[in-house]
Design a binder for this molecule. Sequence first.
Ligand SMILES: *Cc1c(COP(=O)(O)O)cnc(C)c1O
Ligand SMILES: [Zn+2]
Length: 445
Amino acid sequence: MQGDAYLKCINPKCGLEYPVESTNVQCTNGHLLDVKYKKIPPTDLKEVFYKRRNSENSIFNESGVWRFRELLNFCQIDTENFEECSKYLVSLDGAEGRQSKPYQMSKAADFVGISTRNLWLQPEGYNPSGSFKDNGMATAVTHAKMVGAKKIVCASTGNTSASAGMFAANEGIDCDVYIPAGQIAPGKLSQAYQFGAQILEVNGNFDDALKQSLEDAQNHEGYTVNSVNPFRIEGQKTIPFRALEYLNWEVPDWIVYPGGALGNTSSCGKALMELYEWGWIKKIPRIAVINSDGASTLSDLYNGKFEDEEIRWNKGNPNTELISRYYDHLDKQGIKPKTKATAIQIGRPANILKGLRALEFTNGVVTTVSDSEMLDGMSVVGLNGFDCEMASGASVVGIKKLIAQEIIKKDDVVVGILTGRQKDAMLPVEYHQNPNNIFANPPKN
Ligand SMILES: *Cc1c(COP(=O)(O)O)cnc(C)c1O
Ligand SMILES: [Zn+2]
């Protein structure tokens, strides 16, 4: 196994490689990196993964992330040996990814206009810190431990800091969290404090906070755990892995995500590229990314709303100048990302190029939804007895919109990812007090 995993620049014209112990989040030419594996994992591992659902007291089998460890084996360990695993793998007692799998939700299906058996919604909010971020944080902190990092650093719209703080506390390492002052849901900020993270308030938005955290991580030997870290992407591959496993590896027609920094979109794309290349799947689901109307960078660029050009990965030759001009345009016009769904209030998605690659590989689509639509999506999930936050509601109403536009067909099988649980307690209260909202159930007096 020695030397099986390494890092490689995603730009095919550059292609620089680095050893797996590298903590770079970019190649020297400023391109994003992928974790790559030389060995092809055999498909009979499907049975091994299934058997591990009977965990036999191993937290690494219980974990919905490490259960798939052979498909993200950047530690290059003897994966059958528990002692060996414990030395390397970071896990919150097996809780990351453990509870998340796709469910059928009849009221949500009625609302979006598809039959109940064709719609699967996967609540990632049932992770230990309450969002999908734990899938990727378990792997990023594993890599941090592998390279001996004493401090992890992130910028956050809330859930990243909750997750990073939780794993850092559990591993006994420091954690610095850069947040846009005043723009974090209280339920997320309080988690970062509770887990003992050091909060650094930035006057600006998430994009400004990320810039500052990346600079400070470099200057003060911090280990960055934002989704620009390729090891985050590895752990988040297990979100589609679990969906596929629960569907008996029968590939759905669509996988739908809310789009923020596009780490999730990127990891789904990488998971599908690998599974297809390795012969694990024969069909490729289409990815749909749902932006907020108020933070629609990917949608604007992908759908030709800026300079009439539809940006594409273009086999590794994307028009990056178009992206730069778009950002200049935002700056010049003073346009800031604005939505109440703060988890996706991001103007400069750090993983946009990996996101475009994912969309190209899967023949994906991008659309936008409004704040009030997202609240409806969030609320209908609740009526099925499941909990999710406003940004996750984007998956539900995004599916509804794409069905109405006949882009998603009525007999397509769709998996929507519900990225996090409710941490903004007043949102449902306000929603239900307003009788004009579709699902409102106002209080009586
Ligand atoms: C982080 C986050 C997102 C955005 O995910 P990206 O990978 O940044 O696109 C969406 N929803 C929730 C709840 C999140 O915490
Ligand atoms: Zn490069």
